[in-house]
Design a protein around this ligand. Structure first.
Ligand SMILES: [Zn+2]
Length: 95
């Protein structure tokens, strides 16, 4: 394959994965937004937002109400993925 075409193929591939990634993030955000329960005392490390405590299968996840950053405490991400192995929404996203 000529070099130019290889570059083009790679660019398309990158674009594809970027788009997939964006879709996953949007799904995750939409889901967490539904389950947002109460504001915590914590401020977002990234912006002026307040971290909301979202509950996912008894695991607390902090989600910023402005930038929608998701913050896991140590081990929480592993717990979420672990709990979700059997076909939950998180498992579908990352499985
Ligand atoms: Zn934020």
């Amino acid at each position: 394959m000529p070099l130019e075409m290889e570059d083009r193929a790679r660019a398309l591939e990158n674009e594809y994965f970027h788009r997939k990634e964006q879709e996953l993030i949007e799904k995750l955000r939409a889901h967490l937004a539904v389950e947002n329960a109460k504001a915590t005392e914590l401020q977002c490390p990234k912006c002026d937002g307040t971290l909301m405590e979202a509950n996912y299968q008894d695991i607390k996840i902090d989600v910023c109400n402005i930038c929608h950053g998701v913050w896991f405490d140590a081990g929480e991400l592993a717990q979420v993925i672990d709990k979700d192995k059997d076909g939950g929404w998180f498992g579908r996203l990352f499985g």
